[in-house]
Ligand binder design. Sequence first.
Ligand SMILES: [Zn+2]
Length: 371
Amino acid sequence: MLGNSVRLFTVRGIEVGVHYSWLIIFGLFTWILATSAFPEVLGRHAEVESWVLAAITVVLMFVSVLIHELAHSFVALARGLKANSITLFAFGGVSSLSGDAKEASTEFLVAIVGPLTSFALAGIAYGVASIVNETRIDLVFSYLAYINFALGVFNLVPGYPLDGGRVLRSILWGITNNVRKATEWAGNVGKVVAWGMFAFGLFQIFNGQYVNGIWLAAIAWFLHNAASNSVQQIVLETRLRRVRARDVVTRDEVTVAPGTSVAELIDHFMLPSNRGSIAVTDNGRLVGIVSIRDILKVPPAERSQVMVAQVMSGQEGLLTIAADARVQDAVELLAEHDLEQLPVMDGLHYVGMLTRADVMRQLQLREALDV
Ligand SMILES: [Zn+2]
């Protein structure tokens, strides 16, 4: 689930949660419906009724978005992918699926079912509104029909990572047989769509339609970010798919023994090797890392009496990665724990430090050489 979310319940192993931003939208939409749209139909005196009906409508909107996301997740499960969670937030919902779609057809089905579900919900709501002859039910369900129809249409916009963009990507993937190219194209279309929406939002702001304009610009900004992040991620994944930690890491020739004094560490290891942090090994076995931050804990006058073992970090156990592990896993670990470097281990033997810079250099190299 996204950060800053509250978990609501779990369906078939899928955690469903709400992001705080959704509460703002809940308040805003309820307020808009209750103060302008609904009183026009129900009359100015039906104030309480308007508020209650507006809140019910917005809750049903939320249920509609949830059903849309569940449709994605259920199809993903049926096609052998994993569905982890669904988070509802200001701009709709996000399903977190894992396991790569192996075939373009899986991607296509998982994506297309969302908008189709929204259209089906719009149809049902429209049916209820036309069959039931009651002003209030008619009002609520007409809105729901409209909202679900709009949701379906919006999601069909062919900008990755919207559903329409995923459909486009799966089609391009099917034709070219190249996931990376397909994602880049679909992502670029996503960016163009985002810029178009942003321009239209600005146009609306200049024409005095502030709320609509700001809303559209915000969605455009969100879409643009999502499109570029998805492309970056897929480039990283495909370029580095077969790369292992051992291929990227620089073998570390300089390590220090735990019994070395801090003064010696500085004069004989750190300054000559021009490095701010050094691995501490005991017969090839990694026991810690010592960096400038650790050294600064010792007053300069005491540096010759204090041993590296006394100041090094990682004595409680270091986070490491196996030399055979995929670089992608290393990148995920670095990001997850907000680390600058990760010791690479070959069994019990220390190989070297893997840094983000190592990974980026490898990525740039592979981009440049097109491998
Ligand atoms: Zn969707």
